[in-house]
Design a protein around this ligand. Structure first.
Ligand code: HEC
Ligand code: HEC
Length: 304
């Protein structure tokens, strides 16, 4: 009996060292520490004025936004299909209906005023390589009105909608049949399929020319990098991948959580099941150990 307790104690100590000593150490080496995301966008100035949504509806037309962006909630269609848009701008400008439900208000105003700075892409775009979305030269009141208008039409977003609007113009999500030109439809025949693949390839080629690199398919990133990395990366890509072409898209903390929820749903569908099963497996082992111990005791008693 005494001997067994000693063996048990040694095992517990060894497992403890591995679990509390080596694992966190290895983790800190593989995932170096950085400041966690705050979603405050402190380098940007808040809008000093209060906007008026009614005036904003007019201002957004007057300032040419709808020459590039659709606003489906207001019945304004996209001026071009995604492939033609990517040929002109490098990427398909997102629909603006729900953008204000995802993007931080202060960020949104700063982005409209001077997109490259808010995106933190000054190392990629400048005087000799203009960014496709022009700076805003209207008044601060017009700017505040446009933001108020976008807020007034935005509907809260489900995880999938958040991903598609915020990330879907650059990233495929193969496991969810999402492509950079939209959801992959059911094809009636080979010609339809080839046509779709060609459009997708053309869009991707334009995107690569625009950003200098192909954004990866995000199906598996939730598993390879984990949710904390993605959260911190989205809030400020430059902090984790200095010099990257991935823009800081300015999501609110809530929208980022929605996007991560979608990536978890797509890339790790078994997670919930696995976590529910855990306690049962542990209980099974505990009961098994007790039974094994009682059985052993019984056998030894008979032998002595
Ligand atoms: C010449 C075309 C063009 C015009 C005009 C234009 N945009 Fe854009 N806009 C773009 C493109 C292209 C993108 C996507 C850039 C990217 O993802 O790299 C974009 C992105 C955006 C985004 C998404 C920002 C983010 O954080 O993801 C918002 C919001 C936006 N535009 C609002 C506006 C508003 C408001 C106006 C009018 C004041 C406007 N745009 C005018 C081309 C345009
Ligand atoms: C305008 C295009 C664009 C948008 C919009 C965009 N990304 Fe990216 N993303 C990129 C590019 C380009 C890269 C490749 C970066 C590199 O290798 O330097 C990238 C890389 C990534 C990576 C890999 C990072 C790594 O460590 O390798 C993740 C994760 C990611 N993006 C998540 C997102 C999420 C989540 C969103 C939406 C909230 C999003 N991206 C929106 C262009 C974009």
């Amino acid at each position: 009996m005494n001997k067994e307790l000693k063996i048990l104690a040694i095992i517990i100590i060894l497992v403890g060292i591995t679990y509390w000593g080596i694992e966190p150490y290895a983790h800190s080496k593989m995932h170096p520490h950085h400041e966690p995301a705050t979603f405050k966008y402190e380098d940007l100035k808040p809008l000093p004025l209060k906007g008026d949504a009614k005036r904003g509806a007019q201002a957004i037309q007057n300032n040419g936004c709808t020459g590039c962006h659709s606003i489906k909630a207001a019945g304004i269609p996209a001026p071009m299909d995604p492939v033609s848009a990517s040929a002109s701008y490098g990427v398909n400008p997102p629909d603006l209906s729900n953008i204000a439900a995802l993007i931080d208000k202060k960020f949104l105003a700063n982005f409209i005023k001077h997109p490259v700075k808010a995106f933190k892409l000054e190392h990629k775009f400048g005087a000799n390589r203009p960014f496709p979305m022009p700076d805003f030269f209207g008044s601060d009141q017009d700017l505040a009105d446009i933001v108020a208008y976008l807020e007034s039409i935005a509907k809260p977003q489900e995880p999938r909608g958040a991903f598609e609007t915020a990330c879907g113009r650059c990233h495929n999500l193969r496991y969810d049949k999402w492509t950079v030109i939209g959801p992959k439809p059911k094809f009636k025949n080979e010609v339809e399929k080839a046509d779709f693949e060609l459009k997708k390839a053309k869009y991707e080629a334009n995107l690569k020319k625009y950003l200098g690199t192909t954004p990866p398919d995000l199906s598996m990133f939730i598993r390879s990098r984990g949710p904390e990395y993605i959260r911190d990366f989205v809030e400020n890509p430059q902090k984790l991948l200095h010099g990257t072409a991935m823009p800081r898209v300015g999501l609110t903390e809530k929208a980022t959580e929605e996007v991560i929820k979608h990536l978890e749903h797509v890339g790790d569908r078994k997670k919930e099941k696995r976590e529910k099963l855990g306690p049962w497996v542990l209980a099974y082992f505990v009961i098994l150990s007790i039974l094994a111990y009682l059985w052993k005791e019984k056998i030894w008693k008979e032998l002595h």
